[in-house]
Ligand binder design. Structure first.
Ligand code: PMP
Length: 437
């Protein structure tokens, strides 16, 4: 592509900046499954942007809804007043969620959703006279955005280490991935329950009366598509229940159909107290996040005992009219086209295609669920991430956009994907892997 001469002012996230400058890639258009580059090439979007464009790019219904809204009313605050779109979108989301989880709070991003969930969890216990519950438990290799709350409960060293003291009182469950993989090969399919016992140890160590919430991604996305071992989420739920600890699922990636069900809570049949969401909520057309709460959490503030407290939290753009318009149009598409369960219909085709990469050079693991997959490559000794980044560049040259995290290739295409696109994704990847040094 043509290299623009004004690339110096825009500060991209750190390492991404260096990688971009090695091989600038500019998108100027997008439609359904494809991006158009500045030199007019079509690139198949194997990642739905950043795991977010679930209904495909530039859907006319969403574009028109946003255009109509911006012409009619650009902005309305959601403090003491409102606008119909915010109420309507919240009601439609509540109808999608598990029974008894009917309260929706709007944010502008996944990071803000995580901050909101953590703050409300603390205030909930305080409102119920259990203000000693201030500790959080996250997970190694968990990604919960880049706010101070999110990096504190998150488990990625590079995202934390330069930023001084984190939120106080956070412990991390060991990541389950490698142990679970070993366990599977040893034929212990219920091993997940044993791994979750680590939570019991932390609870005992600190005393349950000091712990506010546990937060996990049901499937860890950004750190390489790490699937929960069997029984793991169930056991976390049981331990939280036993000790009055809230369970938060961060569904910023898994929400809105990624696993072949509306949410991971539906897929796994484990219902948390709080769900954080963003990305697919508006098909990424307008930034928006949301947090979903079980009714008893809302009730603790609004109808609870006399010691209920005033909770102040909210954003200028909570429930922004353009975002709610995009959200309503997006949900309509999801419903009419059955996209929230399309991943289930395509799951076995997707799985077979993904696993066709097993045995190719450098591939050490393939993981998948619904319409998400992680292809783990053997790192080059002393040069972590180099091999996967090379694969990324080569795939891009061949007209395929993939995402890499460490030496893991992550795939999460728009849910409108057809089988021919699946063939193209894994066919291209196979070529790339055969050519990789
Ligand atoms: N939580 C999870 C699970 C995520 O995957 C992400 C983003 N990839 C976030 C939170 C943060 O979302 P955002 O980048 O919109 O702040």
């Amino acid at each position: 592509g043509s290299v623009p001469n004004n690339m110096d002012a825009f500060w991209m996230p750190f390492t991404a900046n260096r990688q971009f400058k090695k091989a600038p890639r500019l998108f100027v258009g997008a439609k359904d499954m494809h991006y158009t580059t500045d030199d007019g090439r079509q690139v198949l979007d194997g990642t739905a942007g950043l795991w977010c464009v679930n209904a495909g790019h530039c859907r006319p219904e969403i574009v028109q809804a946003v255009q109509a809204q911006v012409a009619a009313m650009d902005y309305a605050p959601a403090f003491q007043m409102g606008h119909p779109g915010a109420f309507e979108l919240a009601a439609q989301l509540a109808a999608l969620l598990p029974t008894g989880m009917d309260k929706v709070f709007f944010t502008n991003s996944g990071s803000e959703s995580v901050d909101t969930a953590l703050k409300v969890a603390l205030a909930y216990h305080r409102a119920r006279g259990e203000g000693t519950r201030t500790r959080f438990i996250g997970r190694e290799r968990g990604y919960h955005g880049v706010g101070f709350g999110g990096i504190s409960v998150g488990g990625i060293v590079t995202n934390r280490k330069f930023f001084g003291p984190m939120l106080a009182g956070v412990d991390h469950l060991p990541h389950t991935h490698d142990k679970a993989r070993q366990a599977f090969t040893k034929g212990q399919p219920e091993w997940g329950a044993h791994l979750a016992d680590e939570l019991e140890r932390i609870v005992t160590l600190h005393d349950a009366s000091t712990i506010a919430a546990v937060i996990v991604e049901p499937v860890a996305g950004s750190t390489g598509v790490l699937l929960p071992p069997k029984g793991y989420l169930e056991k976390l739920r049981a331990i939280c229940d036993r000790h009055g600890i809230l369970l938060i699922f961060d569904e910023v990636i898994t929400g809105f159909g990624r696993l072949g069900a509306p949410f991971a809570t539906d897929y796994f049949g484990v219902v948390p107290d709080i769900i954080t969401a963003a990305k697919g909520l508006t098909n990424a057309t307008v930034p928006m996040g949301a947090v979903f709460f079980k009714n008893h959490i809302y009730d603790a503030f609004m109808t609870g005992p006399e010691n209920a407290i005033e909770l102040f939290h909210g954003y200028t753009y909570s429930g922004h009219p353009l975002a709610t318009a995009a959200g309503l149009a997006t949900l309509k598409i999801y419903k009419e086209e059955g996209l929230l369960t399309r991943g289930a219909e395509l799951a076995s085709y997707w799985q077979e295609a993904a696993h066709s990469l097993r045995g190719l050079p450098h591939v050490i693991d393939v993981r998948n669920l619904g319409l998400i997959a992680g292809i783990e490559l053997e790192p080059i000794a002393g040069k972590p991430t180099a091999r996967a980044f090379d694969a990324f560049l080569r795939a891009f040259e061949k007209g395929l956009l993939i995402r890499t995290t460490g030496d893991i290739i992550a795939l999460s295409p728009p849910l409108i994907i057809e089988k021919s696109h699946i063939d193209q994704i894994f066919g291209t990847l196979a070529e790339v892997l055969r050519d990789l040094p």
